[in-house]
Design a binder for this molecule. Structure first.
Ligand code: SAM
Length: 232
């Protein structure tokens, strides 16, 4: 029966199939209990979760976790929260965590929008990364793009004053879309590249499979860097 009082949510992803490899399955069994966080509808205690009060950075849609593992290794003084809905990607990241002996990552396997809404306390994050989000090329699919006016407000509410939002995409029309929506809120965000500008590719952003594929296809990559206004 359809519940008409609860309109169906438009999500930014379609869950693809994809079975776990044996290696990913074993990594799940061994390491999900330590690094995985089950979805819940109340805010997390981030200090208790990581066992310290280091600044928390969150990556939305980490794919197979290449960037996240590299950034967590490069910045052990930060805590990293990765969100992804695709189980093989989560398995792959768990394998990387084991291989590299990382301790500063936790993983949530759920829709990042709901995670931000329900599990992330207001003004708690030092940074949010959105690297190569699904571009939803066709006009009739634009409503599925994760960056929407309500998302801009949600991101602003979860970042600390001075916190950073970093996006990268190899689909220039999506870069323009993101720019427009964040610049529509000068009360919430400052574009660190100046009005209408794109940021230089930060050296800290590792080259991922998606970016490499985009480069092969001749796509130009755009980085966008916005700071939550207010003093830190
Ligand atoms: C194009 S891929 C990019 C993966 C990775 N960031 C990279 O650069 O290689 C986009 C990823 O975002 C994930 N994703 C999309 N919407 C999401 C959401 N609302 N919550 C969590 N993950 C999401 C998808 O499952 C997919 O793995």
């Amino acid at each position: 029966m359809n519940d008409t009082s609860q309109p169906r949510k438009i999500r930014s992803f379609v869950l693809r199939g994809g079975r776990l490899t044996k290696g990913q399955q074993r990594a799940f069994e061994r390491s999900w209990p330590r690094f995985g966080v089950e979805y819940q509808e109340h805010p997390l205690d981030l200090e208790a979760l990581f066992g310290n009060d280091h600044p928390v950075w969150l990556e939305i849609g980490f794919g197979n976790g290449e960037s996240l593992a590299a950034m967590a290794a490069a910045h052990p003084e930060r805590n990293w929260l990765g969100i992804e809905v695709h189980p093989p990607g989560v398995g792959r990241l768990l394998m990387r965590i084991e291989e590299q002996g990382l301790t500063n990552i936790r993983i949530i396997r759920h829709d990042a929008v709901e995670v931000l809404e329900k599990m992330i306390p207001p003004a708690s994050l030092a940074g949010i990364l959105l690297l190569f989000p699904d571009p939803w090329h066709k006009k009739r699919h634009h409503k599925r793009r994760i960056v929407q006016p309500a998302f801009v407000e949600l991101v602003a509410s979860r970042l600390r004053p001075g916190g950073l939002f970093h996006a990268a995409t190899d689909w220039v029309p999506y870069a323009e879309w993101i720019l427009e929506r964040f610049e529509a809120r000068p009360d919430l965000f400052e574009n660190l590249a100046g009005p209408g500008g794109y940021a230089k590719r930060p050296e800290t952003r590792p080259l991922t499979k998606f970016e490499a594929r985009g480069q092969r296809l001749g796509h130009e990559v755009r980085d966008l860097l916005f700071r939550r206004t207010g003093s830190a």
